[in-house]
Design a protein around this ligand. Sequence first.
Ligand code: GMT
Length: 377
Amino acid sequence: MKIAIVCYPTFGGSGVVATELGLELARRGHEIHFITYSQPVRLALLSPNVYYHEVNVPEYPLFHYQPYELALSSKLVDMVKLYKIELLHVHYAIPHAYAGYMAKQMLKDEGINIPMVTTLHGTDITLVGNHPFYKPAVTFSINKSDFVTSVSQSLKDDTLKLFNIKNEIEVIPNFIELDKNSNDLSIPCQRSVMAKENERIITHISNFRKVKRIPDVIKIFYNIQKEIPAKLMMVGDGPEKEKAEYLCQELGIVDKVIFFGNSNEIDKILCLTDLFLLPSETESFGLAALEAMACRVPVISSNSGGLPEVNFEGVSGYLSDVGNIEEMAQNALKILKEDSTLQKFKENALSVAKQFDIKNILPLYEALYQKAINKYL
Ligand code: GMT
């Protein structure tokens, strides 16, 4: 199949999922065209069957806001015609589903019927899309998609609750490429660079937005390090980062917390890690938690959104109510105190992650694409 994938190219779950999906589809022989405004971060190497088409929005003094949707839909029209693309798969409803629908209509005018699959990722529904400024356009573009998927049952439920949706929504969970993740114990891990032998290493990775509850991460760690020797690795960048650095100063733990910024070497960081913290206000899925689990790292998370569909209570980690930092710290200590318990949770985390192996999930997308293409035959 010839498929155009539209996504955000930046650090963030939806772009990562879209990129990994496209790369695996390409490995299976499909022709994949990534269409976005810069090269997706995980698309380091252009491989066979993979194309990248950049959307450019030239500046013009009259434009207070650059008309990205217009440029994207025009690019989609051109690329569909040039490469005879058979299907559009847009990730994140805003504004991709809207631009995709416009492209569909323009192509229809020229006698080309192209199906569009929209994948909902989370904040496009729960935080941003739900805003009255966007809601009519988001509802419209979800209803006008040929097929809609969501990355968890929880996100599907939220979508149906928040919007007037007439379309079916199929749940296709996010996935992980296990072969690529460092669950291979033979790979040397340079643990000693980050911590002393007796210290546990705890990690948080995110875009440091409010929804991630960064102060909770710091406070959970503060409680942990009072009981056992530990280090915290804070990976990522975003608006809450500076405040988090101040909080570490206030709590007197600067020497135990390392801020890394965005990283392309998540595997290398996770292979050193003993425990992952994700106390978010909400997560439609929590891809970062799954990436940790795939590297044998148990997870302490909140129990909101789709997190209970990924992190299994008492198996791959523990889940608590949002903001219950005392319980989260106690659960972390339960896992970290004894080597044997930690080892058990590490193995469990990997076996839960195996359920989300890309090999199990990709056929669901392939079947959906086939159904979408057949719709217009
Ligand atoms: O978490 C974010 O703020 C980034 C956002 C995104 O658009 O990349 O992540 C969302 O999509 C991911 C991939 O499907 C999910 O794993 C995240 O849980 C989801 N984030 C939220 O729902 C807050």
